[in-house]
Design a protein around this ligand. Structure first.
Ligand code: MYR
Length: 185
């Protein structure tokens, strides 16, 4: 019998991580498929994915702030960089490039370097109009709302729809100033 070469802890860990990532991707695919069956209308699926993401985002922000040690951002530009380089990395294992800023500094794009949500995914013609990754825009919208930023987050490029990248547009609609709980007399 051929001897079995022992595998290093690192190799086993990398394998477990890969399997976890694949399981996550496949589970997400199963959720989208189920929504398509249940809701029938692609538009409704888009809304539902966004809402699910929002519900995740409003909870995930606590974990993000606790684990990342990120302190208050001075402006929306810094917030966008934190999402691109720290938030996405922490929860999705990818980073993004921030660009396409408008003159006011309130609208920008996150261009994803990679998108593990779409591994193994091919959309049939019946799914035209589907924003498959809409959960992600919802997560970011929900998380930002919890740190007083009302935003619009939409996909402007989507490789599953034939574009050359995955690009999310972040638009800051309103920043609610946080109130200091005590009044100085
Ligand atoms: C602050 O000024 O309070 C810090 C704001 C940081 C917001 C970071 C939001 C992280 C969102 C994570 C998205 C992950 C998507 C998978």
């Amino acid at each position: 019998m051929a001897p079995v070469a022992p595998r290093s802890g690192d190799a086993i860990f990398a394998n477990v991580e890969r399997v976890n990532a694949e399981l996550f991707t496949l589970t997400y695919g199963a959720i989208v498929r189920q929504l398509l069956t249940d809701l029938e209308e692609v538009e409704e699926v888009n809304k539902q994915l966004d809402q699910m993401g929002y519900n995740i985002g409003i909870r995930l922000i606590d974990e993000f702030l606790a684990k990342s040690n990120v302190s208050r951002c001075i402006d929306f530009k810094e917030t966008a960089e934190v999402i691109a380089k720290v938030g996405l990395k922490m929860f999705l294992g990818v980073t993004a490039t921030v660009g396409n800023w408008d003159a006011e500094g309130t609208t920008c794009s996150l261009i994803l370097e990679d998108n593990p949500l779409v591994d193994f995914v091919e959309l049939p013609d019946t799914c035209q109009g589907l924003y498959y990754c809409n959960i992600l825009s919802g997560v970011i919208r929900g998380a930002l709302e919890m740190v007083s930023m009302k935003t619009d987050v939409t996909w402007v490029r989507d490789m599953l729809r034939g574009d050359d990248a995955f690009e999310l547009q972040l638009k800051l609609l309103k920043q609610v100033p946080e109130e200091y709980p005590y009044k100085d007399d």
